[in-house]
Design a protein. Structure first.
Lengths: 194, 76
């Protein structure tokens, strides 16, 4: 019987691969920090609490990391950026009814699940207080202060009958899909649809 | 030990506010300035390491006492 010498255990470490830096589209540093960050683009499509939270958290953190950050707000995603005092928006009865059914404003977000006629958001509000989690309004303020650019979708603004004056201050110029596609496809840009 | 040029008290705050507040503070300082950050969020341990890597600011020191994390960051 031949003894087969056990093969010494080898730990295979993958060789570190060098990734050449991508051409940067000369971003304007959002937080004024010396970084070679490329960019983050988020398409925010929802007015729901549990989607707005990650949008605002990621956007403000990216901007705080010196990464130029843009959030394209479209469809229901426009509603949290309507000033809170505007209860009913739009011109025609259909636009008005939409805002009645889906109250605009950062303080009136519903949950995507377990809304339970407001019980869900109330409980989440309580829990976030207990755990010192920032409120959507605070996160929005932080995101704006850090230089996140929120770009409203012109087409849905028109469809909902939302005017520039009804939207909160500090938003970027309304734009369309081609603008977002151009931003998203810039080399080195990460994009998210939330 | 050199005294920090500014202190960010992020105790009691949770993600992402300690980072956001630190970034806001660091904006107002010049290159080479030292910022001390106090935080209680356990996630900040990983987050400040990641954030300094992304921004190029240097995490000079990281300590912990009585549930409070203390980060010393030098602005790039």
């Amino acid at each position: 019987m031949t003894m087969i010498a056990p093969t010494p255990e080898t730990v295979v470490t993958p060789a570190e691969t060098f990734i050449p830096p991508m051409a940067s589209p000369a971003p304007e540093p959002a937080a004024g920090m010396p970084v070679d960050a490329k960019g983050l683009v988020i398409v925010a499509w929802s007015s729901e609490y549990d989607r707005i939270m990650p949008t605002l958290i990621l956007a403000s953190t990216a901007a705080a990391s010196g990464i130029p950050t843009k959030v394209f707000i479209t469809f229901w995603g426009l509603l949290p950026f309507v000033k809170d005092e505007h209860r009913i928006t739009g011109e025609g009865w259909m636009q008005k009814m939409l805002s009645l059914m889906q109250r605009p404003g950062i303080h009136h977000l519903k949950m995507s699940k377990m809304n339970f006629a407001g019980m869900g958001p109330w409980m989440i509000g309580k829990l976030s207080d207990e755990h010192h989690v920032a409120k959507p309004a605070e996160l929005l303020e932080a995101a704006l202060a850090m230089g996140v650019e929120f770009i409203p979708c012109q087409m849905t603004m028109d469809m909902f009958g939302l005017t520039h004056d009804e939207m909160i201050d500090g938003l970027g110029e309304p734009a369309g899909a081609a603008t977002v596609i151009e931003l998203m496809t810039r080399p080195g840009t990460a994009s998210l649809f939330i | 030990m050199t005294a920090p040029n500014a202190t960010v008290d992020a105790r009691g705050l949770s993600c992402p506010m300690p980072i956001v507040k630190t970034a806001q503070q660091i904006r107002t300082l010049t290159s080479g300035a030292l910022v001390e950050v106090l935080a209680t969020d356990p996630g900040s341990l990983k987050d400040f390491t990641a954030w300094t890597r992304t921004t190029g600011n240097a995490l000079v020191e990281q300590t912990q006492a009585d549930g409070v994390y203390r980060f010393l960051i030098r602005k790039a």
